[in-house]
Design a binder for this molecule. Structure first.
Ligand SMILES: *[C@@H]1O[C@H](CO)[C@@H](O)[C@H](O)[C@H]1NC(C)=O
Ligand SMILES: *[C@@H]1O[C@H](CO)[C@@H](O)[C@H](O)[C@H]1NC(C)=O
Length: 364
C-alpha cells in the first residue's frame, strides 16, 4: 500500500483526501488475497491481437492500426487524412503531399468508451484540425519506436493547423504523463469522461462482443459478491477511478492545460461541448449547431459536414442501439455506484466540475 507519489505543494489537501481514496482502493484490490490477482481479462490488456480501429470511416481508415505492422513507420496511407473536408483557404490542398508533419500539440488521452471517437470526428470537421484516424498508442505500446516514428504517423499540416491524435489508454498509463511532458510540456490534454458505471458496462459489452465466452459482468466485478467486495483490479472497473488516474497527470501538467469533456453532454448537447473544446484549443468556433442533426432512428446526434457530398455516410456520436447491453442485476449496479461515489466526488473537486453522475442513480 504505497502512498501516492509526491504531490505539488498546493495540492496537499486534495492529496490527503485522495490518500484515503487510495487506501480504500488498495483495500478493495487487496482483500480477497494477494494471490487472487486476476490475469488480465480486461479488454484493453488483452493484447494478443491489437484491437481493430473503429471502422466508422472505413474508406479512410482502411489500414490496420500502427501497432500492427512490423514496418517501423507506417506509410502515409496508414493514417487517415483528417476527413473528407479539405482545409479551408487558398493555400490548402487535399493532397497528402502538402504541408509538413508535426508532433501533436493536443491529445485526446481518454477515456475508453467515454466518447473519444465521437469527439475526434467532430474535431476533424474543423478545418484547422488535422488528426490521425487510428490510435497510434505511442505513449503506451509504441514508445520504443521513438519520436521520429510518432511524427511520421501524423498527417501533414499547413501553418495554423493543429495536429492531434487520440489514444484513450493514455489516461490510465502510468508512464504517459511523464513521456508526454518530455515531448512538449505545453501539450494540451483532453479527457472525455462518462459515468464510470455505464462506462464499465459498455467496456464489458465491447469485450463480450469479441469474446462471447467470458464470465458474466457480475462475476468479474466482484472478488466476493456475498461480501460485496468490488474487484478494482479488473480494468473495466479500474479505468473509472478517474480521480486516481488524474492525480498522476497533475504531477506533470497544470489543470489549466487539461480539458474535461462530459461524455453525456457530448451526446445531449454536442454543439455546447464542442464550443468549450474549441475554446480550450484556441480554435475559431466552426463546429457549431449547424454541424449536428439528430437522427431519430439512431437515437444519437450525427455530424453534418456542410459542404460534404451526400455520398458518404454521416458519422454519428454514438452507435445505433444495435449492441444491446446485457442485463446487469440492479443490486450490482447499486453496489458499483456506492463504490464509485467517493472517487467521483474527489474527481469533481479536482477538476472543479460537477459531472452529475449521481443523478443517474436517481434514474435507476
Ligand atoms: C465470500 O465470503 C464469504 C463470507 O466470508 C465466504 O463464506 C465465502 O467462501 C467467500 N466466497 C468466495 C468465493 O471467496
Ligand atoms: C439515420 O440512421 C439510420 C440508421 O442507421 C440510417 O439508415 C439513416 O440513413 C439515417 N438518417 C439520416 C438522415 O442520416
Amino acid at each position: 500500500m504505497a502512498p501516492p507519489p509526491k504531490p505539488p505543494p498546493a495540492r496537499k489537501l486534495l492529496c490527503m483526501c485522495s490518500l484515503s481514496l487510495c487506501l480504500t482502493y488498495a483495500c478493495y484490490s487487496l482483500m480477497g488475497g494477494p494471490g487472487d490477482r486476476r490475469a488480465p481479462l480486461a479488454p484493453q490488456a488483452a493484447s494478443a491481437a491489437p484491437p481493430t480501429p473503429p471502422r466508422l470511416r472505413t474508406p479512410l481508415a482502411s489500414t490496420p492500426p500502427s501497432s500492427a505492422p512490423s514496418s517501423p513507420a507506417p506509410t502515409d496511407g496508414g493514417v487517415a487524412p483528417s476527413g473528407p473536408e479539405p482545409p479551408a483557404g487558398p493555400a490548402a490542398s487535399a493532397t497528402p503531399e502538402y504541408g509538413e508533419k508535426r508532433l501533436p500539440q493536443a491529445l485526446i488521452i481518454g477515456v475508453k468508451k467515454g466518447g473519444t471517437r465521437a469527439l475526434l470526428e467532430a474535431l476533424r470537421a474543423h478545418p484547422e484540425v488535422r488528426a490521425v484516424g487510428t490510435e497510434p498508442h505511442f505513449f503506451d505500446r509504441n514508445y520504443h519506436r521513438g519520436l521520429d516514428w510518432y511524427r511520421d504517423v501524423m498527417p501533414r499540416t499547413v501553418e495554423g493547423q493543429l495536429t492531434m491524435e487520440k489514444t484513450p489508454s493514455y489516461f490510465v498509463t502510468t508512464e504517459a504523463p511523464k513521456r508526454i511532458h518530455s515531448m512538449a510540456k505545453d501539450t494540451k490534454l483532453i479527457v472525455v469522461v462518462r459515468d464510470p458505471v455505464t462506462r464499465a458496462i459498455s467496456d464489458y459489452t465491447q469485450t463480450l462482443s469479441k469474446k462471447p465466452d467470458i464470465p458474466t459482468f457480475e462475476v468479474l466485478a466482484f472478488k466476493n459478491r456475498t461480501l460485496g467486495l468490488i474487484d478494482a483490479s479488473w480494468s473495466a472497473i479500474r479505468i473509472g477511478l478517474y480521480a486516481l488516474h488524474l492525480e498522476s497527470w497533475l504531477q506533470y501538467f497544470p489543470l489549466s492545460q487539461m480539458h474535461f469533456v462530459s461524455g453525456e453532454r457530448l451526446i445531449t448537447d454536442p454543439a455546447g461541448e464542442m464550443g468549450k473544446v474549441q475554446d480550450f484549443l484556441g480554435l475559431r468556433q466552426v463546429v457549431t449547431e449547424k454541424y449536428f442533426y439528430f437522427n431519430k432512428t439512431k437515437g444519437f446526434p450525427c455530424l453534418k459536414k456542410p459542404d460534404e457530398s451526400s455520398s458518404s455516410s454521416p458519422h454519428c456520436l454514438g452507435k445505433s442501439k444495435g449492441r444491446t447491453h446485457p442485463q446487469i442485476d440492479q443490486d450490482v449496479i447499486q453496489r458499483l455506484r456506492k463504490f464509485y461515489k467517493p472517487f467521483n466526488t474527489m474527481f469533481y473537486q479536482m477538476t472543479g466540475q460537477d459531472f452529475q453522475w449521481e443523478q443517474e442513480e436517481g434514474a435507476q
